[in-house]
Design a binder for this molecule. Sequence first.
Ligand code: TMP
Length: 214
Amino acid sequence: MSFFITFEGVEGSGKTTQIHRLKKYLTEKGIPCRITREPGGTPIGEKIRKILLNPKFQGMVPLTELFLYEASRAQHVHEVILPLLKKGEVVLSDRFMDASIAYQGYGRKVDLKWVERLNRLASYGIKPDITFLLDCPSDMGLKRALQRIQRLKNKKPDRFEREQIEFHRRVRRGYLALAKKEPQRVMIIDTRQGEEKVFERIRTIVDKRIGLKK
Ligand code: TMP
């Protein structure tokens, strides 16, 4: 059964851990599923990711940033997501179009109408069936992300992790506004309740929705 699930959230929200847990759970149930990510997910997208996250490119203007995310997205949808959905697989994406609304729209203040139009174009009109918004206060998430980087010797904060806290607060406000606008699709999960409880919520929602689609 084809099903498209995305994971979103501020930096350090723990979405990567949860996406892997969900993949393991679905695989054990015999449901074919694949993890992918944005920016990235294809050889071209992974090159674009390197440009986007490179802290050397401090001078990147918001529109260049938006176009690069949308370019990565167009390739990703065409090359990976649509073919997998056509094969009847469950696709789990670590970020997707909502991130452009939150980061480029709210964070960088690009006109939301333009972000929405480019999102529609780059995603060939598809939308996730469910989006999990892993939510926590921005300063808490950012602190966690920076602590993780410190533990990894070869990693340095990327261009976004170096942004001011006010930028990250706008991003969070953007995500919460999206969830309010589309409550059927975007599920807010408070990550302060801990990894186990967060996964329980995700599992319950997925079981129910996938069961309904069968
Ligand atoms: P990641 O750290 O979750 O892999 O995401 C990389 C960064 O890219 C993260 O800081 C969020 C940012 N981002 C955007 O600004 N816009 C987008 O459309 C996407 C997909 C990610």
